[in-house]
Write a protein that binds this ligand. Structure first.
Ligand code: ATP
Length: 369
C-alpha cells in the first residue's frame, strides 16, 4: 500500500472544460478517502488521473514517493473497480479474477492460490466456475472487487461501484467494502455522488464542487463543522435548513431575526464564538439541522428559543417522520417528530396543518466525536 498525494492537480480537457482545479489532497497509507459531490463536479476525472487513465494538465500526482504524472496506468500498481464491473462474459469467475495476474505472467499455481484466497474473502468460492451472466448483481460486483484484490495493489480506486445495485444490496455491499478495506488495509479512493455512502465509508470525505475542493475532513467533522454553505447543504439527509436571517444586538447579547420572529442567541455561544459579534447588524445565513428542532410542547423551553410556524406536510419514513413547514416563506424540515406529527392531526399521515411551536437549538456542535 502507498500514500497518494495530489499537489495542485488540475485537469483541463481539450475543449477547455476545467474539470478539476488545483486539487490538493494527501491520502495516507491505508486510508479510505471518499470523493463526493454532485454530478459533473470532477470526481471521476480526479480518480482517472490517479489511475493514469487521464493525463494531469498541471500539478503533481505522487504515489508513494514517486511522481507518476508520466507513468503509464499499468505501471502505477493501482487497481480500479468500475461501476460497470467490466467483467469478461466468456470467462469464468476464476479466470475473470485471475486475468490481470495471467497478463503479468504470474505462475499458474500462484494465480490459483491468490484467486482462491480472494474468493474466500469475498464469499465467492462456490461460484468460481460460473460465468458472470449466471451471477447476481452483487456477486458480479464481488468478482470485480476480487480482480482488484488479487493484484495486491498499492491502492484501490473505486468509481461508484455500488450504483448498479438495488438499495438493499447496496447497503450490504457497502458494509462488505468497508470490512474488506479494513482487513486488507489498502489505501482506497472511492468516488460517489451519494453522501450517505460517503459518510458511512470514508475515514475522510473530500467534497468537490465544480472541480474545486470545498472541504476534506472526517465525516462527523464535515457534518458538525461544514466549511461553507455548499458543504452544509450537501452533507446530511434531510439537508440542513438554510435560512436568511439578521443578527441583532439584544441588550448585552444577540438575537437572530428570522422573518417576523426572533431567536435568542445563547450567551454561551457568543462566548465560544466571539467573532459572531462582528456580524451584529448584518444579514447572515443560519443553518439548522432537522434533528436540532423539537416540538416546544414536549421539552423544557428555554427563553427565546421558540419559533412558530404552520405545518405544511408530514412525511412518514417508517423510523422517522419529516415535518415540513415554512419560516418566512423558506421551506424548513424537521425530523424525529412523532409526537408533534400526531399532534398535528397526522393520523392519516399526509398533509397536516396546525400552528406548531418549534424549538431551534442554538448550540454549537462539538468539534470532535
Ligand atoms: P458524475 O457524477 O456525473 O459522473 P463527475 O463528478 O464524476 O460526474 P466528471 O465525469 O469528472 O464529473 O466530469 C467533470 C467535468 O468534466 C464535467 O463538466 C464533464 O462534462 C467534463 N468532462 C468529463 N470528461 C470529459 C471529456 N473527455 N472531455 C471534455 N469534458 C469532459
Amino acid at each position: 500500500m502507498a500514500s497518494i498525494r495530489l499537489a495542485e492537480v488540475s485537469k483541463i480537457y481539450p475543449d477547455r472544460t476545467a474539470a478539476v482545479s488545483d486539487l490538493d489532497l494527501d491520502i495516507g497509507e491505508g486510508e479510505f478517502l471518499v470523493l463526493v459531490g454532485p454530478s459533473g463536479c470532477g470526481k471521476t476525472t480526479a480518480l482517472r488521473m490517479i489511475a493514469g487513465l487521464e493525463e494531469v494538465s498541471s500539478g503533481n500526482l505522487i504515489i508513494g514517493d514517486r511522481v507518476v504524472n508520466r507513468v503509464p496506468a499499468r505501471d502505477r500498481d493501482v487497481a480500479m473497480v468500475f461501476q460497470s464491473y467490466a467483467l469478461y462474459p466468456h470467462l469464468s469467475v476464476r479466470d475473470n479474477i485471475g486475468f490481470g495476474l495471467q497478463l503479468r505472467k504470474v505462475a499458474k499455481s500462484e494465480i490459483r492460490q491468490r484467486v482462491e484466497e480472494a474468493a474466500s474473502t469475498l464469499g465467492l468460492t462456490e461460484h468460481l466456475d460460473r460465468r458472470p451472466r449466471n451471477l447476481s448483481g452483487g456477486q458480479r460486483q464481488r468478482v470485480a472487487m476480487g480482480r482488484a484484490i488479487v493484484r495486491n495493489p498499492h491502492a484501490f480506486l473505486m468509481d461508484e461501484p455500488l450504483s448498479n445495485l438495488d438499495a438493499k444490496l447496496r447497503v450490504q455491499m457497502r458494509a462488505e467494502i468497508s470490512r474488506i478495506q479494513r482487513d486488507l488495509g489498502v489505501t482506497t479512493v472511492y468516488v460517489t455522488h451519494d453522501q450517505v455512502e460517503a459518510m458511512t465509508l470514508g475515514d475522510r470525505v473530500a467534497v468537490l464542487k465544480k472541480g474545486v475542493l470545498q472541504q476534506a475532513a472526517p465525516p462527523q467533522e464535515l457534518y458538525d463543522r461544514p466549511a461553507n454553505l455548499f458543504v452544509a447543504g450537501f452533507i446530511g439527509s434531510p439537508s440542513m435548513n438554510l435560512l436568511q436571517a439578521r443578527l441583532e444586538a439584544d441588550g448585552a447579547g444577540a438575537r437572530l431575526a428570522l422573518g417576523g420572529q426572533a431567536l435568542a442567541v445563547p450567551g454561551t455561544l457568543l462566548a465560544e464564538r466571539p467573532r459572531l459579534r462582528d456580524y451584529i447588524g448584518r444579514a447572515i445565513a443560519v443553518g439548522i439541522r432537522p434533528e436540532d428542532m423539537e416540538d416546544a410542547d414536549l421539552v423544557d423551553t428555554p427563553d427565546g428559543a421558540v419559533l412558530s410556524s404552520t405545518t405544511d406536510l408530514v412525511e412518514a419514513l417508517g423510523s422517522e417522520l419529516l415535518l415540513h413547514f415554512r419560516l418566512d416563506a423558506s421551506p424548513v424540515v424537521t425530523d424525529d417528530t412523532r409526537e408533534l406529527a400526531r399532534d398535528a392531526g397526522a393520523d392519516q399521515l399526509g398533509t397536516a396543518s396546525r400552528e406548531s411551536e418549534i424549538i431551534a437549538r442554538c448550540s454549537p456542535r462539538s468539534r470532535t466525536k
